[in-house]
Design a protein. Structure first.
Lengths: 331, 331
DNA sequence: CTGAAAGCGCTAACAC
DNA sequence: GTGTTAGCGCTTTCAG
């Protein structure tokens, strides 16, 4: 099929291209009869407006850029689902970029994004990426950050108060008399892990106790499992808190393989919830982080920013629930 | 920062915009001195070429559309990773679209894609989506299909021979004397499930046996687990083959909860491999489907098509490996 | 209610 | 080597 443009439609319908433009944009000033003529021509020719040309003329592309770390975490899939569902409603397209560790990569991606003239960018990242934000900002590109609390001129965020969640959890456990609580570092989510540790510390200090049970994974260990498998040979805790499902599974398996009964001798809680927490046995207790909502809400916030609605609440804190399952005995 | 265009750079550098264009496109006819002048102007003004305008002028957007079902399956994350890594190398952008069940949705997405003037589209889907292919084709948009075997004028595919994999597996098991082999339907991957069933049937028939152990999940069951939990109350099999990791886990758990020992009384094999197969206990035997490669290869094929390199092999069949783990006793 | 014409920012002949 | 100019396909005043 030959490329058909607005001119072809105009000729076919015997009107000017301005009229065709009005029709495809739903302007209500066009007479019923002409509108029909144009519509017929459009369907006859199979005309589809060229979004690129529209983008150039309008200075907006109705596409937003999405930056995520490698796409393979289950909960990121959820975030994407939520985000795309909302994008679909508002007729936005989404351009996907993954960002691997290393600053040089971030720069290149920001460069590509600016060139692509997206209307805004949503970034999910464990860390803040100050530089990227600054650059994007200097090109007047609105930003929504997922997972990190921050705000500014055309910068909003949607996040979860990790520290608070863990603080509350620890508080409860301290109340149960469990004071040997450890937080396991997630190397791929170092910042979030630190927030978890921070929350634990706060809880202990609020109870007049000190805390330093942050389990950092040495670099020489290729996988979390390898490390914890060894770690639990001579360590015991009342409660171990992990970030991702796979980390919690590593803890669970390696503890048991070292003769530690879960939840009897040791309890395990995972922060990010995915279906896998309920798919394993014992089912892993976890917070139910609304990953889907994280995506959906940030996309909605983005559309608000783009439509120049006043965004009243630039830092949106989403709530979480704690779901006790089979890896804990205190409820 | 004010919008800076190629004109601004030209003025700043005291050259014509054609020269600036040559510089940003790396044309080698520009004199060293002028090139530097231009480069300086570019960095001074923070100029970034407008990809939209380029797209309009060149009739190509260097972005490709990606269609996937809901993004939450782990292996789809892998596919995306592979795809984006290769896209990055070739400087292509990727526009992401999810397609939920229901034809009307597919039509709308195809519409959006055509309007967005992507250079090509890669689609991962359990089923063929004939209509979409036809439409896309009529607009001269090259297509790469992942997971389904097909080819045509500007249509390539990258897939895995599921039937063959299962046929071979069944053949081996028949050899071991295990003839009670069942294939569990995956409602979200019905086609792939049918291919598995097909492979099983072939194996049995080749051995002079008949086969009808395709376990279909009735619609009234909300989850696979609910169903199999009941199913295994009064069913037993020598080997059960499931498609996704979570399906295999459902089988594994519900079998055990009904007093069936795995792998002693019953073996379980999963088709698609993800890290979760090795993260649960017992670890689930599975094929290792190269999900990352599925994405990477299809993106590479796409670039080939777009660069008009002769694509010699329009139907690329990727190989798989079988990895026996703890849910099987025959190796 | 409809048409004419001037951009939007860039590329690619074609001159010089 | 570099500049001029005519598009690429669409939107949007401004007239009529």
């Amino acid at each position: 099929m030959k490329r058909v443009t607005i001119y072809d439609v105009a000729r076919e319908a015997n009107v000017s291209l301005a009229t065709v433009s009005r029709v495809i944009n739903g302007s209500d000033v066009v007479k019923e009869a002409t509108r029909n003529k144009v519509q017929d021509a459009i369907t006859k020719l199979g005309y589809k407006p060229n979004a690129i040309a529209q983008g150039l003329a309008l200075q907006r592309t109705t596409t937003i850029g999405l930056i995520i770390p490698e796409a393979s975490f289950t909960y990121i899939g959820q975030i994407i689902n939520g985000l795309l569902d909302v994008a679909k409603i508002y007729n936005y397209n989404v351009m996907l970029h993954t960002i691997t560790e290393g600053i040089t990569d971030a720069e290149k991606i920001v460069d590509v994004i600016i060139k692509s003239r997206v209307d805004g960018v949503i970034v999910y990242s464990d860390k803040m990426m100050e530089d990227s934000i600054t650059t994007l900002n200097s090109y007047n590109i609105p930003i929504v950050m997922i997972a990190n609390k921050a705000s500014g001129e055309s910068l909003c965020s949607v996040y979860i108060d990790i520290a608070k969640a863990i603080r509350e959890l620890c508080n409860r456990y301290i109340g149960y008399g469990v004071t040997d609580i450890a937080v396991l570092e997630d190397r791929k989510n170092r910042n979030s892990s630190r927030l978890m540790a921070h929350g634990a510390k706060q809880a202990f200090e609020a109870n007049g106790l000190s805390w330093n049970n942050y389990i950092e994974i040495p670099n020489e260990y290729r996988s979390t499992y390898r490390f914890v498998r060894k770690y639990f040979e001579d360590h015991r805790h009342g409660l171990v808190i992990a970030y991702r499902d796979s980390q919690a599974m590593a803890v669970l398996n390696s503890a048991r393989e070292n003769g530690i009964a879960v939840p009897d001798d040791m309890e395990v809680v995972c922060f990010v919830d995915t279906k896998y927490n309920s798919a394993v046995r014992p089912m892993i207790s976890s917070f139910s982080i609304p990953s889907y909502d994280l995506g959906a809400v940030s996309m909605r916030v983005m559309t608000k920013m783009l439509e120049n609605d006043r965004v009243t609440d630039k830092e949106k804190c989403l709530s979480y629930l704690y779901t006790a399952r089979q890896t804990t005995k205190h409820h």
